[in-house]
Design a protein around this ligand. Sequence first.
Ligand SMILES: C[S@@+](CC[C@H](N)C(=O)[O-])C[C@H]1O[C@@H](n2cnc3c(N)ncnc32)[C@H](O)[C@@H]1O
Length: 163
Amino acid sequence: MKGQFNVPMGTKTNVILGTDDFEDLASILQRADILHQDFETVIDQAQEGDFIFADPPYTVKHNFNGFVKYNEKIFHWDDQVRLSKCLINAKNRGCLVLITNAYHPSILELYENDFDLTPLKRSSVIAASSEYRGVYEELLIKNYPLAPIRRARNKHFGVIAEP
Ligand SMILES: C[S@@+](CC[C@H](N)C(=O)[O-])C[C@H]1O[C@@H](n2cnc3c(N)ncnc32)[C@H](O)[C@@H]1O
């Protein structure tokens, strides 16, 4: 392990894309506090009206997906359960919560009583072995409506919480 970044930016012929706005992002990050802590410590600080986005490793209870070897070591099923409890508590405090996770019955069971669940299809193009590249089903978990927005300046499309 060399500790180097191993995901390429842009394409083979166009490394920095016209839509990359690193300077804007750097300016925004000047006003951010970045915490390197366990998720529970951070999420428990969130208060009513705060927005939480969680993108945990996709560990599932009975794991037959391509992420099994990688995720079980860094994020055990017990962590997945602990995260769901923590996010349900945050939702009950009035936080806006958005989570991406594996589309798997064990994950559905953790969130189905408290959140809106939407399955999504995603193309995975980054994997050392081609057998792990392809279309995966993922789950979007949230407790607020999503509205499409258009960022006119750089033509990105995205979603944002409705006020
Ligand atoms: C699917 S990746 C998230 C990728 C990220 N959203 C991005 O776009 O780069 C899952 C992340 O969860 C982090 N993680 C694992 N265990 C954690 C824990 N106990 N508390 C906080 N983060 C953790 C991992 O280090 C990893 O960066």
